[in-house]
Write a protein that binds this ligand. Structure first.
Ligand SMILES: *[C@@H]1O[C@H](CO)[C@@H](O)[C@H](O)[C@H]1NC(C)=O
Ligand SMILES: *[C@@H]1O[C@H](CO)[C@@H](O)[C@H](O)[C@H]1NC(C)=O
Ligand SMILES: *[C@@H]1O[C@H](CO)[C@@H](O)[C@H](O)[C@H]1NC(C)=O
Length: 289
């Protein structure tokens, strides 16, 4: 009875299109791929699908170029470090990895704080567009930021709970507004490592639906058994692409790893890419470059 009531509640909310903020599906990577959201109704939280026509065009082209954030790179050209250092990548250069497959190779980045503990009573200070710390603070500052019941010192990072995928750094004069220069929307740099998977319409895979960026990418396997949605989709013409497969909204498949511990489930929710959820035991797909 309770489950039925809950189901009814969700249906009502959905029908009324009352959107209490942002879309609950992980869609940030679509925006970072410059796909354009298409809304069935202006009240909807989530787009019905994205227009990724630029990626379709690339998929049909043999041009030996790399793509990042709408810009093209010839082999040997590098992404400006300022654009990716916040995501902990540097020295990413476009290369031909194998015939027909272009991609970036990056330098290895090691932050000192990944190897060394901080001094007792001290904390590391961060900046929004930097990966590694910009110094260690040992004298307590009397400026703090109070967010979601927690207190942060100047230079400490936090993710406000009510605004998705936003990273903030506590700084002087922070007044509770999650905007520049204190905060910045996170970004996914999938094109740096998964150029081939994006072009081949593999699927982004997350550990949790609340994650901002994919944990891994999943490509089709011969043994995948795609199960059609139980309820017929309201928009039968909307299809997800998964390699050569075309899936309607709600069509799904599951995989279990050979040892039985790894679980993966993929579904067509917001085309054209599938949305996969996996656990940490599911073997990470290694790009076979
Ligand atoms: C998708 O967007 C492109 C421009 O970015 C536009 O030319 C095209 O008509 C759009 N496709 C659909 C189906 O709306
Ligand atoms: C910190 O507190 C001291 C003493 O209360 C005050 O003199 C100083 O201006 C404060 N510093 C800042 C940055 O607010
Ligand atoms: C995938 O597994 C989940 C949980 O075990 C199950 O509820 C769902 O029906 C399965 N989906 C498919 C397509 O097999």
């Amino acid at each position: 009875m309770f489950a039925l009531g809950l189901c009814f509640l969700f249906t009502v909310i959905h029908v009324q299109g009352e959107c209490s903020g942002s879309c609950n599906e992980p869609t940030l990577f679509y925006e970072n791929l410059n796909c354009k959201p298409v809304f069935a109704s202006p009240d909807d939280c989530c787009p019905s699908h994205y227009n990724c026509s630029l990626i379709e065009e690339r998929a049909n082209s043999d041009a030996e170029i790399c793509y990042f954030r709408g810009k093209t790179y010839n082999p040997g050209e590098s992404i400006n470090d300022d654009e990716i250092y916040g995501n902990c990548k540097v020295g990413c250069t476009c290369r031909k990895k194998e015939p027909g497959n272009m991609g970036f190779t990056c330098a290895v980045l090691d932050c000192p704080e990944w190897l060394h503990q901080r001094k007792p009573g001290c904390y590391f200070k961060y900046e929004l567009d930097k990966c590694c710390n910009v110094g260690e603070v040992c004298e307590p500052s009397n400026v703090t930021c109070k967010v979601d019941g927690k207190t942060y010192h100047v230079g400490q990072e936090f993710d406000p709970s009510n605004i998705k995928c936003t990273k903030c750094i506590c700084q002087n004069e922070f007044a509770g507004k999650y905007e520049a220069p204190f905060c910045k929307k996170r970004s996914c740099i999938e094109e740096v490592s998964y150029q081939k998977e994006i072009k081949n319409f593999c699927a982004p895979s997350y550990i949790s639906k609340d994650d901002c960026c994919p944990f891994s990418w999943i490509c089709p396997e011969d043994k995948d058994t795609i199960v059609a949605a139980k309820i017929q989709a309201k928009t039968p013409d909307l299809k997800c692409k998964f390699g050569q497969h075309h899936l309607g909204i709600g069509d799904a498949f599951n995989r279990t790893s050979d040892n039985g511990k790894g679980k993966l489930s993929c579904e067509c929710i917001i085309p054209p890419y599938l949305t996969c959820i996996q656990n940490y035991d599911y073997p990470t797909y290694a790009p076979e470059y």
